[in-house]
Design a protein around this ligand. Structure first.
Ligand SMILES: C[S@@+](CC[C@H](N)C(=O)[O-])C[C@H]1O[C@@H](n2cnc3c(N)ncnc32)[C@H](O)[C@@H]1O
Length: 272
């Protein structure tokens, strides 16, 4: 097991999001002007070329880590993050809290609760859920299932979840069991492209995707939002906000609310 250490300027948002997206066994810390990364790797021959593909001029150092130390390190970092109502962790420790605990063990899918794009969408949901009643939610690109799980816990409604990846399906079902949740339906689907979703309209659609992934499904997704329904868009950068405001106006959706964190943005649109 090796640790790949490097630092990247905070301004390189797109690269930072890709690194976090492609490497699961990593930790990172936001410093004043930069982000400090540690990627734990037991297949350097694949991970180094991938890192260089994302960030051609990266300057890294390698450090030997024993497997025992690596597991210890993961366990030490058991709490990934928390919001007003939830704590997300990997289930290594018994955490005493009055908040809702969601266990997401590290796996092949994205969504442990440690990424800003996930935290932002959860925070904005917690805020709006105080004044709006959501009845029929869909989570597009569910990954580990994290957003579906918090919707299920808070709304007590049936949750529809989709992802294009088969790893996500396995992960979602496993995490659903670990968290003892039910009334959640997963469909493997590219956007809305599944027979079970084709005729459905939702009053809340949440999607935490990268810019190009949003672009490839957005036109179709807009058709599946009920009148006065909501579309939460996360995974985008500050600089991409206007693109979505202009585009979604063409589909009768207006910006209703937004939140920002460390260069990331989450937008809430409402259909009129
Ligand atoms: C950034 S992760 C978000 C995971 C989780 N929802 C979260 O908020 O932490 C994006 C997920 O979307 C999935 N995805 C990407 N494009 C998609 C598409 N067109 N339709 C459905 N899922 C997609 C990916 O497989 C990945 O699991």
């Amino acid at each position: 097991m090796k640790k790949i250490n490097f630092i990247i300027s905070k301004k390189r948002n797109e690269k930072i999001s890709k690194i976090i997206y492609y490497f699961e066994n990593l930790s990172y810390k936001f410093l004043d002007e930069s982000v400090k990364f540690e990627i734990f790797s037991d297949k350097l021959d694949q991970d180094i070329p991938l890192l260089k593909k994302i960030c051609i001029d990266v300057n890294y150092t390698l450090e030997k880590v024993s497997v025992k130390n690596w597991i210890k390190e993961v366990k030490k970092k058991d709490i990934s993050s928390e919001t007003e109502l939830f704590i997300f962790h990997q289930g290594f420790k018994d955490i005493s809290t009055t908040k809702n605990k969601i266990i997401i063990p590290a796996g092949l899918s994205f969504g442990t609760g440690s990424h800003q794009s996930t935290i932002l969408i959860i925070k904005i949901f917690e805020k709006l859920n105080k004044k709006i009643v959501f009845n029929f939610p869909l989570d597009i690109g569910t990954g580990t299932g994290i957003l579906s799980f918090i919707l299920n816990k808070k709304l007590k409604k049936k949750i529809y979840a989709t992802d294009i990846s088969s790893d996500s399906k396995d992960n979602f079902e496993k995490n659903k069991k670990i968290n003892k949740l039910n009334n959640l339906l997963f469909f493997k689907s590219f956007g809305m492209n599944n027979i079970n979703l084709k005729k459905k309209k939702f009053d809340l659609i949440v999607a935490n995707l990268l810019l190009n992934e949003h672009k490839s499904i957005i036109t179709n997704v807009c058709k599946h939002i009920k009148r006065r329904g909501f579309y939460f868009i996360s995974g985008i950068l500050d600089s991409q906000i206007n693109y979505f405001i202009v585009l979604l106006r063409c589909f009768n959706l207006r910006l209703y609310d937004s939140m920002k964190l460390n260069g990331w943005a989450c937008l809430v649109f409402r259909k009129y």
